[in-house]
Design a protein around this ligand. Structure first.
Ligand SMILES: *Cc1c(COP(=O)(O)O)cnc(C)c1O
Length: 350
C-alpha cells in the first residue's frame, strides 16, 4: 500500500517548498485533491476536460495549499498573530491553520461581502473578525499597514513567496496525474495570486506549459478592461475584486502562456454552477464555476481546439455559500408524514 498522504510539506513536493528541516509542519493534510473527468464538459466541448476539485481541501478551498507553508514558517519565526484581508476563503484558511499552529489570527473582511459558510469557519476557528465598511481593497490596504507597523505577520498571497510556493503544487499534482501538462488551464481570477502561482508551477515543473485561461466576473473584470473597477459587482463573492494586487504577474501569466483573461456574466456563472452539481455531482462555489462558464464561452467563440486536454481549477467548495445554492431554484414539495401522501406528492401514485 502507498504511504498515507500527510499534507504538502511532508509529500514528494517538499523539496520544492521553502522550508528547512527546522520548519514545523502545520498541516491539515491539504493537497492531493481529486482530478475528475467531466463527462458533460467533454461532450459539450469535444475536449478532454478535467476538474481539479480544490473544494476537497481541509477548509474547502485552494487557499490551504499556501497557508500550510505560510503558517508553518510563521510558527518557526516565532510569530504570535497573523493577519489577512479576505473575500472569505483566505480568512477561513488562515484561521484554521493559525488554530492548528497555536497562533492568533485577525481577519479583515468587507462588511456583507463574504459568504456565510466562510464567516462561520473563521468564527469557529477562533479568529478575530473585523468587518470593514469598504471593499476587499480597503481590507488589504489596512492589513498591509497593520503588518508594517505592528507585531503581526501578513499572510495574504500578494508578494508572498510562501503562499505562492504552496499554491504552485496544484500544477505539480495535475501534471503527475495526467502525465504531462494540459493544453489549456482554466481558473477564476480575483486578486490574481492563483493564476500566477499555477503558471509558475507548470514552468518550474518542466513537463509542459498550458495556455492559461483566466476568467473574471463581468461586473468585476479589471484585468479584462485594463483598468481598476471602483465598485466591483458579482454574486460570486470570492472574485469580487476591483483592483487585483497581483496584477502584473497575472497579466504576465496570461501573456507568457499565450493565454487570455476573459469575462463571464453572473448568469453564465450560475448556469455553470448548477450544471457542475447536477451533471457532474461536483458542488463548487459560484466563483469556481466562472472557470467552467469561461471555457464554454471560449468554445462557443471557436477558440478551443477540438481534442485539447483542459484542466479546470474548481477553487472552492459549494458548501461555503448556502445562500447562493438556495437563491432561485429551491422548490421543495410540502407533504404530510403519511407515506401515501409522500408518494402522491412525488407523483408515484394518482
Ligand atoms: C481566492 C479565490 C479565488 C481567486 O483567487 P485569486 O488568487 O485571488 O485570483 C477564486 N475562487 C475562490 C473560491 C477563491 O477562494
Amino acid at each position: 500500500m502507498a504511504a498515507p498522504w500527510r499534507g504538502l510539506l511532508d509529500s514528494e513536493y517538499r523539496p520544492r517548498l521553502p522550508v528547512t528541516p527546522q520548519t514545523p509542519s502545520v498541516t491539515l493534510h491539504e493537497g492531493n485533491t481529486p482530478l475528475l473527468r467531466s463527462a458533460h464538459l467533454c461532450a459539450r466541448t469535444g475536449c478532454d476536460v478535467w476538474l481539479k476539485v480544490e473544494g476537497a481541501n481541509p477548509t474547502g478551498s485552494f487557499k490551504d495549499r499556501g497557508m500550510t507553508v505560510a503558517i508553518s514558517r510563521a510558527t518557526q519565526a516565532g510569530v504570535r498573530l497573523v493577519v489577512c484581508a479576505s473575500t472569505g476563503n483566505t480568512s477561513a484558511s488562515a484561521a484554521a491553520y493559525a488554530a492548528r499552529g497555536g497562533l492568533g489570527a485577525a481577519v479583515l473582511v468587507p462588511t456583507g461581502g463574504v459568504a456565510r459558510g466562510k464567516l462561520g469557519q473563521a468564527a469557529r476557528f477562533g479568529a478575530r473578525i473585523v468587518e470593514v465598511a469598504g471593499t476587499f481593497e480597503d481590507c488589504l490596504r489596512a492589513a498591509r499597514e497593520l503588518a508594517a507597523h505592528h507585531p503581526v505577520a501578513l499572510v495574504n498571497s500578494v508578494g508572498n513567496e510562501l503562499r505562492l510556493a504552496g499554491q504552485r503544487t496544484v500544477a505539480y499534482e495535475i501534471v503527475d496525474a495526467l502525465g504531462a501538462a494540459p493544453d489549456v488551464h482554466c481558473l477564476p481570477v480575483g486578486n490574481g495570486g492563483n493564476i500566477t502561482a499555477t503558471w509558475q508551477g507548470y514552468c518550474r515543473y518542466g513537463r509542459g506549459r498550458p495556455r492559461m485561461w483566466g476568467f473574471q466576473a463581468a461586473g468585476a473584470a479589471p484585468l479584462v478592461h485594463g483598468a481598476p473597477v471602483a465598485e466591483p459587482r458579482t454574486d460570486a463573492s470570492a472574485i469580487r475584486v476591483g483592483s487585483p494586487a497581483t496584477w502584473a504577474p497575472a497579466v504576465a501569466a496570461r501573456d507568457e502562456s499565450g493565454g487570455l483573461i476573459g469575462a463571464v456574466t453572473d448568469a453564465e456563472i450560475f448556469a455553470a454552477y448548477r450544471d457542475l452539481a447536477r451533471l457532474d455531482g461536483v458542488y463548487a462555489e459560484p466563483a469556481s464555476a466562472a472557470a467552467v462558464a469561461g471555457l464554454l464561452a471560449e468554445h462557443r467563440a471557436g477558440r478551443l481546439t477540438p481534442g485539447s486536454t483542459v484542466a479546470i481549477t474548481l477553487t472552492g467548495n459549494g458548501l461555503k455559500d448556502p445562500d447562493a445554492a438556495l437563491r432561485d431554484d429551491y422548490d421543495p414539495a410540502p407533504s404530510g408524514p403519511a407515506t401515501a401522501e409522500v408518494a402522491r406528492t412525488l407523483g408515484l401514485t394518482g
